[in-house]
Design a binder for this molecule. Structure first.
Ligand code: BTN
Length: 315
């Protein structure tokens, strides 16, 4: 993982790469990881951008958004490299409202997943984005939001014609049993509102050397046959999340409950639930109106609310 200073130096080198086509490899020597691990190409002692990269572009993403998004959108940025779009926006949330901010990154040097895991974002391959929303609800009332977001992404993938799309509680998205997208939601509480940072990592074209570093079965959109450009996917994703949050603000998660159960990978199935060292087995009954997971464990029915839980199908 690179420090904030190293990440900024890297962003400068990526700018040079875009302008000049290549940069001597030794200039990347300050980084704790190799340029290859960041998704860059090294040939003849120089770092180059891979050919035919489908780079993100702020104008093209805006063009893919419906006019209705204009009322909310205040800041759309594509960073060449950041530590983590969530971390960077959380730092900014200390001094300003992040409502209407949408920050993408082509590369993350310290991308974060749920439960303290790392999230890999090699250069110009996937989608890494954080969207900021101000919600006038106390943090405790936001339980269903993370499920609403997962459901919105799953439906978006279905609309791309993909079969076998499922969501795993609370908001991991799978295709054919392999993870394609993860969501990390973080809250900044204020006196009058709660700033909600919705971070989404969607695998579009995950290089082999990055797959090898991930300890679970993963997939990406390209190997599932999706050819839509990254900019069009990025715009559609923003649109889907803005609509989902709008629906959640109006009516909460309750009306989405049935649709969520229908798409839930573990609905009606046996599961193993790990809450730290406490591991239980049970059968999933469904989700509640506030997004908790109801599981029958022997004679008892328990409701799981926290996101720091790991859920695994057991049958
Ligand atoms: C998970 O499934 O563990 C959640 C992954 C969330 C990754 C995204 S990528 C954009 C945003 N920035 C981060 O550091 N994490 C989220």
């Amino acid at each position: 993982m690179a420090s904030r200073g190293q990440t900024e130096q890297l962003a400068g080198l990526l700018g040079r790469l875009a302008r000049e086509g290549n940069v001597p490899a030794d200039q990347f020597g300050f980084l704790p990881v190799s340029p290859q691990e960041l998704g860059l190409l090294v040939r003849d002692g120089a770092v180059r951008l891979a050919e035919g990269l489908d780079l993100l572009d702020e104008g093209a993403i805006r063009d893919a958004l419906p006019p209705s998004a204009d009322a909310w959108l205040r800041d759309l940025v594509v960073f060449p490299a950041v530590d983590s779009t969530n971390s960077r926006m959380a730092a900014a949330a200390g001094s300003a409202s992040v409502d209407g901010w949408v920050w993408f990154a082509e590369l993350q040097t310290a991308g974060r997943g749920r439960r303290g895991r790392r999230w890999f974002t090699p250069f110009a391959r996937n989608i890494a984005v954080t969207l900021g929303f101000a919600l006038r609800s106390p943090p405790a009332a936001l339980g269903g939001l993370s499920l609403a977001v997962g459901l919105a992404v799953a439906r978006l993938l279905q609309s791309e014609g993909l079969a076998g799309v499922a969501v795993k509680w609370p908001n991991d998205i799978y295709i054919g049993g392999a993870k394609v997208c993860g969501v990390l939601i973080e809250l900044v509480a204020r006196a009058d509102a709660c700033e909600c940072l919705i971070g989404i990592g969607l695998n579009v074209d995950l290089p082999e050397n990055v797959r090898a570093r991930i300890d679970q079965q993963v997939t990406d959109l390209r190997c599932q046959g999706v050819t839509t450009s990254r900019n069009a996917i990025a715009g559609a994703l923003v649109r889907a999340i803005v609509d989902a949050v709008k629906g959640f603000k109006r009516r909460g998660f309750a009306p989405m409950r049935g649709a969520y159960d229908d798409l839930h990978l573990c609905h009606g199935k046996g599961v193993e639930i790990a809450l730290g060292a406490d591991v239980r087995t049970g059968r999933v009954l469904g989700v509640t109106a506030t997004g908790a997971l109801r599981v029958r464990c022997g004679e008892k029915v328990i409701e799981i609310t926290g996101g720091e839980v790991s859920l695994r199908p057991s049958d």
